[in-house]
Design a protein around this ligand. Structure first.
Ligand code: SAM
Length: 290
């Protein structure tokens, strides 16, 4: 049995649907490139990717550090580190550290040139502590680049299932949505907090790129309900089927499912709203000259 982080990244995110995995790839690659460009990863760098997952950012960095650089993959999930290890094979430039972003035990002070992290800090109850740890391990002159969804933007404007119009069965949709209200840790901050925490951690040259999108086409989902109901919107959330089972009676579940299945399978237009932020910053001081 894999842990919840691995279960989501390697299954519940896309319901195991190869078509959706393929459709997701361009946006994931865009996030990866957005982080790596801001990190200005160069040949010979030691890069630490925090919350490496299946290695989206870490393996992207590996392509940039050349023969003399190194990438440290770190994560709380032993299953995901095992997956990164499997992909790395016997590449001596890769190492693996199991640690939480707010306590990077095993990674020395001022020991890395670059820290990257994508969609990880939002899971920390104490996000300021996470920023302090990221700053601690950077050498003077080292660079931090992060990407985080700003979920408070979405939640403040009302959530909508699958980006579809559930108005005719709003009572049922609201009950199902109630199953997704237990994720406070993911919505208790916004982009201004990211700026503040980076400054409080002693970082400098801080730049934030914030993007809000309203009524834009929603990201791809499985095109049939039976695949979609096995997906979950994030690692802490139930799948849609679990949410239905938890919140609706048998008769309500049948009505909800018939309505959702019809909209999904006829390809009804879906829109979403979301906000995201990239932040880059530098640890003050000059690198030591050997
Ligand atoms: C949404 S995934 C993102 C994975 C990867 N960064 C990517 O861009 O594909 C969240 C990752 O954060 C990791 N994670 C969750 N809590 C963490 C913590 N406290 N410290 C470090 N990593 C954590 C999970 O194991 C998972 O790999």
């Amino acid at each position: 049995m894999t842990d919840k982080w691995a279960a989501w990244l390697m299954g519940r995110r896309d319901g195991g649907d190869p078509g959706v995995r393929r459709d997701h790839h361009p946006s994931l690659a865009g996030f990866r490139d957005g982080v790596l460009e801001r990190a200005a990863v160069a040949e010979g760098d030691v890069v630490l990717d925090v919350g490496a997952g299946t290695g989206l950012i870490g393996f992207g960095a590996l392509d940039l550090v050349g023969a003399t650089g190194r990438v440290i993959f770190s994560d709380v999930s032993g299953d995901l580190l095992a997956e990164c290890r499997r992909q790395a094979g016997d590449d001596p430039r890769c190492s693996f550290v199991r640690a939480s972003a707010d306590d990077l035990a095993g990674i020395g002070d001022a020991s890395v040139d670059v820290v990257t992290t994508r969609s990880v800090l939002m899971y920390l109850p104490d996000k300021a502590a996470g920023f302090r740890e990221l700053a601690r391990v950077l050498r003077p002159g080292g660079r931090l680049a992060i990407f985080e969804p700003i979920n408070s933007f979405t939640v403040d404007r009302g959530r909508r299932l699958f980006g579809l119009d559930f108005a005719p069965i709003a009572d049922l949709a609201d009950k199902v949505l109630a199953a997704y209200r237990g994720e406070e840790v993911m919505v208790d901050f916004d982009e201004r907090d990211l700026l503040r925490w980076a400054g409080e951690a002693g970082l400098t040259a801080i730049e934030l790129d914030y993007r809000a999108e309203v009524e834009v086409p929603a990201p791809p989902l499985p095109a049939d309900w039976d695949a979609l109901r096995r997906t979950a919107p994030n690692p802490l959330a139930p799948t849609y089927q679990e949410a239905v089972d938890e919140t609706l009676s048998t008769e309500e579940a049948a009505r909800f499912t018939a309505y959702a299945r019809n909209l999904i399978e006829k390809g009804a237009p879906r829109t979403t709203l979301m906000a995201t932020a990239y932040l880059k910053a530098v640890k003050p001081g000059l690198p030591e000259v050997p």
